[in-house]
Design a protein around this ligand. Structure first.
Ligand code: PLP
Length: 383
């Protein structure tokens, strides 16, 4: 197999920034999407208890039963799904769930429909397993939304999977129930399996409802949901995610997991059980803090750069065009390199998400850093 694998661009920028930090420089790091919060006390207690109770042996491959139960209950109670624990597999982060699913389902030259701007890993993982990413452009003036027509136009007799990222990285796009229903309908008509990446479901703001693709009874059989504790409970480093889908797929994915990671770290699973049992308390605290940080970043950008940016309804990112920043004649990656080099601000170029002419700023970091970082960016742009 001869595949050119790209490092994830967000990881590359972040490691460049990290090198600068290691050499003693101060960096405003807007490149990584992870809620920077202290470990929640309830999760801290759960980790200590798991250790004290010696819960550090190999886990069941598909996940500790209590966790599969709690995760299923979470999806059913909060999002109106009707899963059974047998429909849930515990994986080492949502990313591994996507990886295993594409590994299981793709045959050479199968096409995967992906909306751009996309999360950086979708096309690369698709290619890794011999699939062909079919990129469908969405636009800012359409709120970056995928539509049934766009899907229809992208379909060929090789189309196999449609990836939809509701609560989107990098755009923050959130779909309504009706929009999702129309997308699922067209997907079924064209025999596409829908991989619904819902890892930001708990990070929707301004009282926006979150609708899971797993909640539509009529489409149960052709929807697989990817979920995660990473963003929803500020647990990125514990590496706990979930795949929800029909029992047969879950069984096959379990086999792949048994020949790769052998399941998720036992202590992490006990921490995740606590997160889900205390879902309201922990997710509300993460959600409220992220909404506050989003509002601060939007306010500071608008104030310093004299623009009128609207706050995204979900996720952890501001996706803004270079044109709106009055920057011309430079690619997004060149711009991001220069800003990191000259002003010690780490941003991610839109090209990494398949959208030239834009940059992504994460607002998930510390508030004071957000304020100072936006000021530094505006000073740099005025130079
Ligand atoms: N999906 C999207 C859209 C993401 O932004 C990320 C992480 O940034 C993931 C999946 C993977 O998250 P994790 O593997 O931490 O659950």
């Amino acid at each position: 197999m001869n595949i050119h694998l790209e490092d994830s661009a967000t990881v590359t920028i972040n490691s460049l920034a990290q090198q600068k930090i290691n050499s003693g420089m101060e960096i405003y790091n807007f490149s990584v999407g992870e809620p920077k919060l202290p470990i929640h006390p309830l999760l801290h207690t759960a980790a200590i208890e798991a250790m004290e109770e010696n819960k550090a042996f190999y886990p069941p491959i598909s996940g500790i039963p209590e966790l599969r139960y709690s995760a299923t209950k979470w999806m059913n109670d909060l999002y109106g799904c009707s899963y059974h624990p047998k429909n849930c597999l515990v994986v080492n982060g949502g990313k591994l769930g996507i990886y295993l699913l594409l590994q299981l389902l793709l045959k050479k030259d199968d096409e995967v429909i992906i909306a751009s701007p996309y999360w950086v890993s979708y096309p690369t993982i698709t290619q890794l397993f011999g699939g062909v990413p079919v990129i469908v452009e969405t636009h800012e003036h359409e709120n970056w939304k995928l539509t049934p027509d766009k899907i229809k136009n992208a379909c060929t007799n090789k189309s196999k999977i449609l990836i939809i990222n509701n609560g989107a990285n990098p755009t923050g796009t959130l779909y309504s129930k009706q929009e999702l229903e129309e997308i699922l309908k067209i997907a079924k008509q064209y025999n596409l399996l829908v991989l619904s990446d819902e890892v930001y479901s708990g990070l929707t703001y301004d009282n926006n409802d979150y609708i899971s693709c797993g909640s539509f009874d009529a489409y149960q059989d052709n929807v697989i949901v990817i979920q995660s504790c990473s963003k929803n409970f500020s647990m990125t480093g514990w590496r706990v995610g979930f795949v929800f889908g029909n029992e047969n797929i879950i069984k096959q994915l379990t086999t792949l997991l048994s020949q790769s990671t052998s399941g998720v770290t036992t202590i992490s699973q006990w921490v995740a059980i606590s997160a889900l049992r205390n879902e309201k308390i922990i997710n509300s605290s993460v959600n409220q803090e992220m909404q506050k940080r989003r509002d601060i970043m939007v306010q500071e950008l608008n104030k310093h750069l004299q623009i009128s940016l609207k706050a995204p309804p979900s996720s952890l990112y501001i996706f803004i065009s270079l044109k709106d920043l009055r920057i011309k004649n430079i690619s997004s990656s060149e711009f991001c390199k220069q800003v990191l080099q000259d002003a010690n601000i780490a941003l991610v170029p839109g090209s990494a998400f398949g959208k030239e002419g834009y940059i992504r700023l994460s607002f998930s970091g510390d508030t004071q850093d957000l304020i100072m970082g936006v000021k530094a960016l505006s000073d740099y742009l005025k130079m």
